[in-house]
Ligand binder design. Structure first.
Ligand SMILES: [Zn+2]
Ligand SMILES: [Zn+2]
Length: 141
């Protein structure tokens, strides 16, 4: 039990929470950033499914509905601090509709950051997707 409350489900976290920043660029070009404190369950349901390997795919797909977004995506950038590991950055090429849905959830569960510094930087090394799974207690093949 730790004192922090998960901003996703409003339950007190049973283990170290995942500090997570969501950011995107509005249509007017302004960058917005929001900070959430997520428990393992919320992190697993909202962030892990987006942590996909796009390097080897031929064309980008919306991580939610799977339609081709190679030429027209609406990206959401997620930076998480994985307890005991470090920083993990995920970029998600949502389609317009799914990006809008996802952002509604973020707006309801995260706090707007006034400064732009919180989203990046910090004395944390970048970690791999495997580290994220280890931090979640998921066995890696
Ligand atoms: Zn939660
Ligand atoms: Zn979609």
């Amino acid at each position: 039990m730790v004192l922090a409350k998960c901003t996703g489900c409003d339950e007190r976290c049973t283990s170290k929470p995942f500090n997570t920043t969501f950011s995107w660029r509005r249509t007017d070009g302004l960058r917005k950033a929001y900070r959430a404190v997520l428990c393992v369950a919320c992190f697993t349901s909202k962030v892990v499914p987006l942590d996909l390997d796009y390097v080897s795919v031929e064309s980008l797909k919306c991580p939610n509905c799977g339609i081709d977004t190679e030429d027209d995506y609406d990206a959401v950038y997620i930076t998480s601090f994985i307890p005991n590991y470090g920083k993990r950055t995920v970029e998600s090429p949502f389609c317009g509709a799914c990006a809008a849905n996802y952002r509604v959830w973020v707006l309801e569960h995260a706090r707007e950051l006034e400064d732009q510094v919180g989203a990046t930087g910090g004395p944390y090394p970048d970690v791999s997707g495997d580290d994220v799974l280890r931090a979640l207690g998921i066995q890696i093949r």
